[in-house]
Write a protein that binds this ligand. Structure first.
Ligand SMILES: CC(C)(COP(=O)(O)OP(=O)(O)OC[C@H]1O[C@@H](n2cnc3c(N)ncnc32)[C@H](O)[C@@H]1OP(=O)(O)O)[C@@H](O)C(=O)NCCC(=O)NCCS
Length: 177
């Protein structure tokens, strides 16, 4: 996919990040959840203050995908603060969130972003990339399977007041010797 550049995000990107987060989250999950739960989640996780705090934290890595005209059309958040017991012996990093703007779905942008994540994780000598994905998000599951992720467990994800089940998936990284 041409015409896309991937850049590390900083404080100047917070407004675009917030807008893309709210739009993509709403497009993906509003049909399955109550308005109240959606509202609670969006207010807690996608406020400018919260995103700015997270961008500044050393455990988080935000990368944005920008189109030719400088618009942010996708992003990924990686983080190292969560520690699943199953991966305790490995140097692990989590793909907490990958969001592609609806107009770009199915055109390979998610794959461009995933490729960047894998290159970053390898370069930083992580041994495994893992994630949680809602059991009903079949599109994302298909995407992760295509990228070689395998299920290794489950965990609970709170969407507002609703406790939902996520599959945990992992991909071992082949660090060059
Ligand atoms: C999941 C997501 C990141 C995938 O990004 P994308 O740009 O649409 O994916 P790509 O075009 O790079 O697709 C790569 C592969 O994923 C799989 N895939 C993508 N969309 C699919 C769909 N609707 N159905 C089945 N498989 C799909 C395919 O195997 C595809 O390979 P192909 O092009 O050879 O068929 C994107 O759809 C998205 O942002 N969804 C909303 C937010 C979300 O659910 N994020 C994940 C949870 S945090």
């Amino acid at each position: 996919m041409g015409g896309i550049s991937i850049q590390s995000l900083g404080a100047a990107n917070v407004d675009a990040l917030r807008q893309l987060s709210v739009d993509t989250f709403t497009d993906t999950y509003a049909r399955y959840n109550t308005q109240e739960d959606m509202f609670l989640y969006i207010n807690k996780h996608f406020s400018a203050e919260q995103l700015l705090t997270e961008i500044k934290e050393a455990c988080n890595f935000f990368f944005g995908a920008f189109s030719n005209d400088g618009q942010m059309v996708g992003y990924v958040k990686l983080r190292t603060s969560e520690k699943p017991a199953e991966l305790a012996t490995l140097k692990h990093i989590e793909l907490e969130r990958i969001y592609v703007s609806k107009a770009y779905h199915g055109k390979g942008l998610g794959s461009v972003i995933m490729q960047h994540c894998l290159a970053f994780a390898l370069q930083q000598h992580y041994e495994v990339l893992w994630l949680g994905v809602w059991t009903k998000n079949e599109k994302a599951m298909a995407f992760y399977k295509k990228w070689g992720f395998e299920i290794f467990g489950k965990h609970t994800f709170m969407l507002g007041k609703d406790a939902q089940v996520d599959w945990l998936m992992k991909k071992h990284l082949n660090i060059p010797q």
